[in-house]
Design a binder for this molecule. Structure first.
Ligand SMILES: [Fe+2]
Ligand SMILES: [Fe+2]
Length: 201
């Protein structure tokens, strides 16, 4: 296991439950469609930060690169879907990102700190899920997910560092608050399977 992945396991409040892995393996088409949405959304979140915080050069650079990488991931998922005859379409949004964003403060600088912490958590969970799923998948998808987890691990670190910068110091306490919410979203039964959902019975 890479050092980056070890750090992510130490950061997250829990591993992905077995039930979710079973759900994912039984719904691989849906997983790919939702994964494509996640990559697109990740790019769009980075772009909206670039529109809002135009005076933060470090953030502009990191988010610009991140947005490009997420869009590249999006294209890669689409290509795999096309090869497999999986059609892209709309999906109802997952509870995960909404559940985390609910806790984001309304006013800056708290708002920026929180959005960046949520970004770090989503990247960390994505990385953990790619790593967890890879050994169960066919070679094409396993190679793809193993390649993705490296960039998502770096995105996690970028977000966390930007959050500390925006906060002018450590964000440990605030991260802990968000991770408590994340823990519930990951272990509590969910109604619909998504890439970041809880287990569906
Ligand atoms: Fe990505
Ligand atoms: Fe990412």
């Amino acid at each position: 296991m890479t050092e980056a992945l070890q750090e992510i396991h130490a950061f997250l409040p829990c591993r992905t439950p077995q039930q979710w892995i079973d759900n994912a393996l039984a719904n691989q088409d849906l997983m790919l469609i939702d994964h494509a949405h996640c990559e697109k959304k990740a790019a769009s979140t980075a772009l909206s930060l670039m529109y809002r915080y135009v005076d933060n050069t470090d953030l502009l650079n990191k988010m610009s690169r991140l947005a490009r990488e997420e869009l590249r991931h999006f294209e890669q998922v689409l290509a795999i879907m096309k090869k497999r005859g999986v059609e892209y379409g709309h999906l109802t949004p997952a509870r995960y990102a909404a559940g985390l964003r609910q806790e984001v403060r309304a006013e800056d600088p708290g708002r920026l700190v929180d959005v960046l912490i949520v970004g770090a958590i989503i990247e960390a969970r994505s990385c953990e899920r790619f790593a967890t799923l890879a050994p169960h998948l066919d070679n094409t998808l396993a190679d793809f997910y193993n390649s993705l987890l490296k960039s998502e691990a770096r995105h996690y670190q970028d977000y966390l560092r930007l959050a500390e910068q925006a906060n002018g110091g450590p964000v440990t306490d605030r991260v802990r608050e968000f991770l408590e919410i994340e823990h519930r979203l990951i272990i509590e039964p969910d109604t619909e399977f998504r890439f970041h959902s809880g287990p569906v019975q």
